[in-house]
Design a protein. Structure first.
Length: 289
């Protein structure tokens, strides 16, 4: 329910989650940035300019490191139309036009805590994207229910894809590297200078690589994909989850942190980090209308 900001302290792989407030803070900061930048978008603004606006807004508020640098996608690029290689994900000179959908995506590190969020909107009315956003609510519910049931990540992925098909949509997170719908995130060691490589923070990449090595030895992966390496129950930790719908050149998604714990209490075994987010508030308003 929107506005539910209950503080959770269930164990994460044997450690208490006392630092969840740090992850919640950077996630809220990211969504605040997305809303601020979205409000400034005008016809003629390019994806590169929108990405730069996100970087500058966050840097002015103390962000010095990134899981990945901000992205912006306009028009049919919100549905990853004809994306074939990773370089196509990076911002381009595509200009925003009236009625055009957009997605802002950013993954800052703040005070050693990482977040990865996706914000969908349009410049003026766009009924197709509005419908996509409304229909994403069912995916948020389904993902949480099935994680609590401890189904394998691969099975949950397949069930999300089946739901998209029933809704009449295409699965656009299939276009991401390894087809991922989510990946693990964690604390990042703070440094005075934090370099990036191919748009990703090197500290965060090292952490993900370490998780991948550790997980390989124990039979799990930090990438939530449709492939055999994700054929295991959800691993305790924090997951940035991003179901992405596409329909005839229009795309929409949300991305936010899902907390998975080793608690035997179903409600504490998995929960969304924060229910006071733009898309959740949107759904509450639609329900109340």
């Amino acid at each position: 329910m929107a506005g539910d900001t209950k503080q959770r302290t269930a164990p994460l792989s044997g450690r208490r989650s006392a630092d969840l407030s740090g992850f919640r803070e950077v996630q809220r900061l990211s969504y605040e940035c997305a809303e601020a930048v979205a409000a400034q978008l005008r016809p003629g603004v390019t994806e590169r300019e929108a990405a730069r606006m996100q970087r500058e807004w966050l840097r002015e508020r103390g962000v010095r490191d990134w899981f990945h640098l901000p992205f912006a996608w306009f028009g049919d690029r919100t549905a990853f139309a004809n994306f074939r290689i990773p370089l196509q994900f990076f911002p381009t000179n595509r200009k925003l036009e009236p009625g055009m959908p957009f997605i802002l995506d950013m993954a800052p590190v703040y005070k050693g805590y990482a977040a990865d969020i996706g914000y969908s909107g349009s410049l003026g009315l766009n009924p197709v994207q509005d419908r996509l956003m409304s229909d994403l609510q069912a995916h948020r519910v389904l993902i949480l229910e099935q994680v609590r049931e401890r189904r394998s990540l691969r099975e949950i992925y397949e069930n999300v894809e089946r739901l998209m098909t029933r809704q009449g949509y295409a699965n656009r997170h299939r276009a991401y590297p390894f087809g991922v719908i989510a990946h693990k995130i964690d604390r990042v060691k703070e440094r005075r200078w934090s370099p990036t490589a191919f748009g990703f923070g090197t500290q965060s990449l090292k952490g993900l690589a370490s998780d991948a090595l550790h997980g390989h030895r124990e039979g799990w992966s930090p990438l939530w994909s449709p492939y055999h390496f994700s054929d295991h129950p959800p691993q305790p930790g924090l997951w940035a989850v991003e179901p992405h719908l596409g329909f005839r050149g229009t795309g929409a998604k949300f991305e936010e942190i899902l907390v998975v714990t080793d608690s035997r209490d179903p409600e504490e075994s998995a929960f969304w980090l924060d229910d006071d987010l733009p898309h959740v508030r949107r759904w509450a308003e639609e329900k109340a209308a």
